[in-house]
Design a protein around this ligand. Structure first.
Ligand code: FAD
Ligand code: UDP
Length: 376
């Protein structure tokens, strides 16, 4: 009766991984995407041999061997290690917060000295807001100060976070900052996961591999012809915005979005690192990405005479912009729950990915989720 087993709305990582698994289960799938390319936010554009991450820097990391083996089965990954530099008014710090950062901030050289500094600053903050050591931090500011002390909070977190989220650190949930490791060893690896890297040849290779032999139509918005698409397949996998799926009947969910100012430069090495964060609130962008450093190392950097950088700006989302980050504060989570109670009752529609689940998702957990699904 139906032409396809699954209509998959969205060719991002969720939709593409689902299509791959469904194909293995002998299901007939059609993928549609409203953009003019596949891959969603991990899409890259190749210029001068450099893969430009069009929707922001993406570094794959996971401790899940099943996920790592799965993606490497599609395309081999390199061993890129993310070690961003933070620039605060010209002063440089290593990230994530580790002994190098503590040395650069306070001149301390041992873990005991660093822990002592942080504990003293945490105690001062707790005394100021009359809190006990046992109470959970109420917001991002309290969480950050209790993790790394007030000096590093003010130089490396406050300005950057308020630029990125457009909200005061006291109004943001503490979990956002818990993503970042704090270590008392000299280790600038941003992630603590066992496996980390970039697909050799770029992320398009991963998406193309996942969607190999699957029918895909781009430049096609599900909502422009909803009735038609709803009767083309037995089931729908929806990876777009959940509030849009339900015609915004309870109201609109909010997002943060980013945009990029891209520059092609006639030099082989502009900033010596893939990622430099600008943590001072007076610099309007949050970070500068130099794309070649994700995949070119050693002599290859100079062999390629050009470089491409992207300055990343963070702004409030509106209807004409791409939604990037769900804002998982109390108000939006409560609204999302209302939509979720509707989606939980659907028998023909599967909701997945960062927009449909309204969740701040990294790439690996998305793949893990699909790998654990029963596709029948
Ligand atoms: P998407 O990639 O957004 O795909 C959804 C697709 O659905 C899109 O192609 C969209 O066009 C399409 N679509 C939506 N609505 C419709 C419609 N109505 N009709 C048709 N098509 C539709 N993760 C990491 O692991 N490491 C990182 O370093 C990292 N860096 C990031 C940096 C930034 C700036 C951002 C924003 C995210 C980052 N992430 C990172 C997270 C990563 O991008 C996501 O986990 C992943 O891309 C989500 O895949 P998805 O399929 O859920 O969503
Ligand atoms: N962050 C910060 N300063 C930095 C880097 C990160 O304050 O130099 C904070 C910021 O609030 C950010 C959060 O840490 O939202 C998580 O950072 P991550 O790099 O994981 O963010 P993403 O990769 O999602 O942009």
């Amino acid at each position: 009766m139906y032409k396809f087993d699954y209509l998959i709305v969205g060719s991002g990582l969720f939709g593409a991984t689902f299509a791959y698994k469904a194909k293995q289960a002998n299901k007939k799938c059609l993928v549609i995407d409203k953009r003019d390319h596949i891959g969603g936010n991990i899409y890259c554009e190749n210029r001068h041999g450099i893969n430009v991450h069009k929707y922001g820097a993406h570094i794959f990391h996971t401790s899940n061997k099943k996920v790592w083996d799965f993606v490497n089965g599609i395309v081999e990954f390199n061993r890129y290690t993310n070690s961003p530099i933070a620039n605060y008014k010209g002063q440089l710090f290593n990230l994530p917060f580790n002994m190098n950062t503590f040395y650069q901030m306070w001149g301390v050289t041992t873990p005991a000295e660093a822990i002592d500094k942080i504990n003293t600053q945490r105690k001062e903050m707790l005394d100021k807001i009359s809190l006990s050591e046992t109470k959970e931090p109420a917001n991002l500011e309290e969480q950050a100060i209790s993790l790394i002390g007030v000096d590093l909070y003010e130089k490396l977190i406050k300005g950057y976070t308020e630029k990125q989220w457009g909200r005061k650190c006291t109004e943001l949930p503490s979990f956002i900052i818990k993503r970042l490791p704090v270590r008392f060893v000299y280790d600038n690896n941003y992630f603590s996961d066992k496996y980390q890297g970039i697909p050799i040849g770029g992320y398009n290779k991963l998406i193309e591999g996942l969607l190999k032999d699957v029918e895909v139509i781009t430049n096609t918005d599900f909502f422009e012809n909803r009735e038609y698409w709803e009767q083309i397949a037995e089931k729908i996998v929806f990876t777009g915005k959940i509030d849009e799926f339900y015609n915004y009947q309870f109201g609109k969910l909010e997002y943060r979005t980013v945009y990029f100012e891209e520059e092609e430069l006639d030099c082989s090495n502009y900033q010596g690192n893939a990622v430099v964060n600008y943590t001072d609130k007076d610099i309007p962008y949050t970070r500068v990405i130099e794309h070649k450093h994700f995949e070119m190392f050693g002599e290859d950097v100079d062999r390629c005479k050009k470089t491409i950088i992207s300055k990343e700006y963070s702004i409030e989302w509106n209807e004409n912009l791409e939604p990037y980050y769900p804002i998982n504060d109390f108000k939006n989570n409560e609204l999302h729950q209302k939509y979720k109670s509707l989606s939980d009752k659907e028998s023909r529609v599967i909701f997945g990915g960062r927009l449909a689940e309204y969740k701040y998702y990294d790439m690996a957990p998305i793949i893990e989720k699909v790998l654990n699904m029963d596709i029948d």
